[in-house]
Design a protein around this ligand. Structure first.
Ligand SMILES: [Zn+2]
Length: 359
């Protein structure tokens, strides 16, 4: 028995030393310690031994078993070391592996709005960043839309419930004024601008607006608006016509014809709807323009004298132009998109495609 144990030890010690790979080493390990391995099965034969023999064989077996286990462990470590050294010697450049990455970019609407801002920036207009949560005072009242005025129905407003109810003294007119809401139009920043800046004023506002809308391809509850505020001595509708043509020609092409038509906004007088040649049929009439050959593209007007007065500017000395457009709607026309909701959809295919187009 002792002979047998020594033979096993000798045979496998050599095999372990000569093993070149982890696979060869595993084979030796299984042949020794596997379910039917030589070391595993050997103790079954011990029952044939006498007590005296067993006293010699037992410790020898344990010693050889431990030695072989250690040899396998040591050799395994060596093979790891060798393969690592080989990798280093081969000079493999691990950074050469190119992982597939996707390039991020600005939202197409942001790119588009930046274009609009650049365009008016050239005329000396500066950007103003107003808050999205506004007071009823700025969003409505100073803009010549008093409480209970029927024109408030033009905006489906989302009000914010104030934590503390207004005190009895503050109820009534004062209470309404301080009521908070999500601004329904970018024009809500106009009173802030008129109060903060001294004329001449050339400002623009690009920002998020919110309305309690029924959603459809042309209406979103959250959308962007662009507003110009231009205050100086002697401004008139001719200046307004110029701004409209300057913008629409730059955006939709030199051949576009711009027409002003009377309109109504509570904060401008006179007010105008701005029409341009239909970009789809070039004026011959189609379904989209309702066979009229033109589309309403923007809204504008001379700032109402009451609004100027409300904000501390003398309407006898100064006049102002308010001019606004929906960048989302404008982008829909320019890129032929039929659903406004796609902009906020998070559809990467759509956003990526549009980004390439808006470059
Ligand atoms: Zn048309």
């Amino acid at each position: 028995m002792e002979e047998k144990i020594k033979n096993i030890s000798e045979e496998y010690s050599n095999k372990i030393k000569q093993a070149k790979s982890l696979k060869e080493l595993d084979e030796s390990f299984l042949a020794l310690f596997g379910k039917k391995g030589e070391i595993t099965l050997l103790p079954k034969e011990f029952s044939k031994l006498s007590k005296v023999e067993l006293q010699r064989v037992g410790p020898l077996f344990n010693q050889i078993k431990a030695e072989l286990e250690k040899e396998i462990g040591d050799r395994r470590y060596e093979i790891h070391e060798e393969s690592y050294k080989n990798l280093v010697n081969e000079n493999i450049d691990l950074t050469s592996v190119k992982l597939k990455t996707r390039e991020g970019h600005l939202h197409p609407l942001t790119i588009f709005e930046k274009k609009i801002a650049d365009l008016f920036g050239k005329l000396g207009f500066q950007q103003y960043d107003g808050p999205e949560i506004e007071t009823d005072l700025n969003n409505f009242e100073l803009l010549n839309i008093p409480p209970d005025h029927p024109s408030r129905d033009m905006w489906d407003t989302l009000y914010i419930r104030n934590k503390e109810p207004a005190s009895p003294a503050k109820r009534g007119e004062q209470g309404t004024r301080n009521k908070l809401l999500l601004r329904t139009h970018a024009t809500a920043s106009q009173p802030r601008i008129l109060k903060e800046c001294k004329p001449p004023i050339r400002m623009m506002v690009i920002g998020r607006c919110f309305r309690y809308e029924n959603l459809d391809p042309r209406h979103e509850h959250t959308f962007d608006q662009f507003d110009l505020i231009y205050v100086d001595r002697g401004l008139n509708m001719a200046n307004l016509q110029f701004l409209s043509e300057y913008f629409l020609k730059a955006m939709l092409g030199e051949d576009i014809k711009v027409r002003l038509s009377p309109g109504y906004y509570p904060f401008t007088e006179p007010s105008a709807h701005i029409f341009g040649t239909c970009v789809f049929c070039k004026g011959s009439g189609c379904k989209i323009c309702g066979e009229t050959g033109e589309l309403e593209l923007a809204g504008a007007g001379m700032i109402h004298p009451k609004v100027l007065k409300n904000c501390g500017i003398d309407p006898e000395v100064y006049s102002g132009i308010a001019w606004g457009v929906g960048p989302g709607r404008m982008a829909m026309l320019k890129y032929g998109i039929n659903d406004l909701r796609l902009f906020n959809s998070g559809d990467l295919k759509f956003l990526q495609g549009l980004k390439n187009e808006s470059k």
